[in-house]
Ligand binder design. Sequence first.
Ligand code: NAI
Ligand code: MG
Length: 482
Amino acid sequence: MATAWDYAPAPEARDIVRIQERYGLFIGGKFVEPLSGERYTTIDPAREEPLSEVAQANQADVDRAVKAARGAFDGTWSKLRPSERAKYLFRIARILQERAREFAVLESLNGGKPIRESRDVDVPLAAAHFFYYAGWADKLEYAFPNRRPRPIGVAAQIIPWNFPLLMLAWKIAPALAAGNTVVLKPAETTPLSALLFCDVLRQAELPPGVVNIITGDGRTGAEMVAHPGVDKIAFTGSTEVGKAIQRTLAGTGKRLTLELGGKAANIIFDDAPLDQAVEGIINGIYFNQGHVCCAGSRLLVQESIYEATIAKLKRRMRTLRVGDPLDKNTDVGAINSKQQLDKIAALVQSGVDEGAEIYQPPCKLPERGYWFVPTVFTNVAQSYRIAQEEIFGPVLSVLTFRTPDEAIEKANNTPYGLSAGVWTEKGSRILAMAQKLRAGVIWANTFNRFDPASPFGGYKESGFGREGGRHGLEAYVALDDA
Ligand code: NAI
Ligand code: MG
């Protein structure tokens, strides 16, 4: 019997992307020095090595960016023929495709996600969002018949670190298609793909000020939310910050959409195709190291197939390759930051302390960088923190059920309601479950699938508003009777 069939290293070349030593803020179509005079270092989480110095924007910088966006809104963008706006969006989409490899490498370098994912998921989907919303730009009258859709004005957009370029696309594409201008802030740990995107805007000859990109941490985000010149806030991130934003905005009349955390149930019935389901479980929780708001972080297995499912799952987990994000064979990359690694470790410890049974496959982790072994917990009670709280890491909690009603009750028993998965052979059961699950997105016999035409968003503490599809435009238009 063969013993060792190890994969040879297959690293993607990193020299395709040129990272500058330092970046300014992209305001009014060019890079400017931050008025704050402050910068911080952004790193490669897989190597704990510095990549670049980026600006920490303060209130004066935010003000400058908002004014640039307002000037572009009043001066050019809101007056352009919609088909002209579409032209710019198509250009952006095509340039993203042309420069796909560069973006994929940069996304993996700065964020830690496997190149296989940034290459095959993040970047193509980001381009697809620009293509999709380019198509709507001159058809808004059809999207909202008889309601005279008009742009809102300046949108402040705050995005997280788990899908930096993709979240940028989700935010910018519909805003621009509907005739708004934007100030966007990437997350503090992953600013580089947004800064490279500024070069795409230059290539596309987008009028100055239509898109402004500023960097900084939560303080910059808070200044954006509080700025009186902003008409709409779009936020993706933690429920905690989402709530704080709601408090700040109460009574201001500013429009708000929130896409927050999740604790999705991935529900496996005894008639499900088990090998496929196991792939769906793996993809549901270990994709992007579990840094996914819609991750299938709670596995609900029907009792009669529990043993078989867990055995297959553990066997599959032993084949996961954890390591260098730039290696084409890597399945699970680096944890995005030290802060996130600490949070994952603390929640996993709470699972052990509360009495759940932990399984981690044998796995050799690199010496430097932030890593976490793919983990599954069995013997989990619904009250445990690992069954209630968003871990946002490669950690799965397994629960069981006997009847569909019990599955629904358990699936809905969290403060969240972002996504869910149902695995069964019966179409009627899928539809019946989908009616009763309180989740914005429900996948059937698949998981973590995205399409720009499909709306995405949550219930309860997962937020409100939808991104993607025609629904995603609604957040960026004023309507006659609304
Ligand atoms: P966070 O909510 O603090 O950060 C998300 C974005 O909001 C970043 O751009 C950040 O700079 C900005 N921000 C932070 N404080 C702000 C404030 N007071 N006002 C305006 N903007 C602010 O999330 P963090 O701390 O990075 O992660 C904590 C947890 O949040 C994660 O462990 C995960 O559970 C959850 N999370 C959920 C995400 C999702 O996709 N729904 C994305 C990121 C985090
Ligand atoms: Mg935070």
